[in-house]
Design a protein around this ligand. Structure first.
Ligand code: ADP
Ligand code: ADP
Length: 229
């Protein structure tokens, strides 16, 4: 379960400037579709629309054949997990931040998720800005570490549908390599929509969609799209 369909979706934040001019694609249950395209093309907008942060002007978006307009916000949020580019942590321990993915998780499940995301040693630390009553200072986490917290949270949540907004800026290449394996782990067998920047994701995706000027400019597997002419 977890097939996502965009059918002739048209969307504009401002009616004078259409962002999506009729976009159709499907992410079959368990598959990975990578969205690429220039900055401002509307890639992140697709994920906001799937969460129904905004309503589309025409077309439809469905999950397993059901229009998302007929799904409650609660079930949308439990069906979809997101690893955003910039994770904003709650002002509490890393353990708390991970457990937010599924508050009913046991300590052991929480620790396992933290291990898988390679953030295990941090679970009892507090993020920067947090000031415990004893006056202890929080730890400044790097962009990559915050992303690992988001990955651990998502591992714990285990949603059928996953949105990965891959950051290019937040990670150095060693961290990127580490994170890639954690991301592969979360997205395996899960319906995954990736806003892709990493070549490894693009190569591994079942389909690559090139979004440009509000339409799908090209689509296909990487062997088709990256073929040297
Ligand atoms: P991408 O992820 O491909 O870089 P986005 O989906 O973030 O692109 O944005 C697509 C376009 O929509 C951009 O031109 C951006 O400036 C505009 N945009 C994004 N969010 C808003 C918003 N909340 N209100 C108005 N315009 C927006
Ligand atoms: P959870 O995944 O724990 O259910 P939420 O339901 O609060 O978290 O939000 C889902 C995801 O959407 C979060 O990862 C959050 O970063 C992201 N998000 C929240 N608001 C916005 C927004 N306005 N635009 C884009 N992404 C958002």
């Amino acid at each position: 379960r977890g097939t996502v369909r965009f059918d002739n979706v048209q969307f504009a934040y401002d009616p004078k400037r259409p962002i999506l001019k009729g976009v159709s694609f499907e992410v079959p249950a368990g598959k990975t579709v990578a969205i690429v395209g220039p900055s401002g093309a509307g890639k992140s907008t697709l994920s906001r629309l799937l969460f129904r942060f905004y309503d589309i002007q025409s077309g439809s978006i469905s999950i397993d054949g059901q229009d998302i307009r007929d799904v409650t916000q609660e079930s949308l949020r439990s069906a979809i997990g997101m690893v955003p580019q910039d994770t904003v942590l709650f002002n509490d321990s890393i353990a708390y931040n991970i457990r937010y993915g599924r508050v009913s998780a046991t300590d052991e499940e929480m620790r396992n998720a933290a291990e898988l995301a390679q953030i295990g040693p941090f679970i009892n630390t507090l993020p920067e800005g947090y000031q415990a009553m004893v006056g202890e200072r929080g730890l400044k986490l790097s962009g990559g570490e915050k992303q690992r917290v988001a990955i651990a949270r998502t591992i714990l949540k285990a949603p059928p549908i996953l949105i990965l907004d891959e950051a290019t800026s937040a990670l150095d290449s060693a961290t990127e390599h580490e994170i890639q394996s954690a991301l592969d782990l979360v997205s395996r067998d899960r319906t995954t929509l990736v806003i892709a920047h990493r070549l490894s994701t693009i190569i591994g995706a079942d389909e690559i969609i090139v979004l440009k000027d509000g339409v799908i400019a090209e689509r296909g597997t990487h062997t088709k799209l990256l073929k040297i002419k």
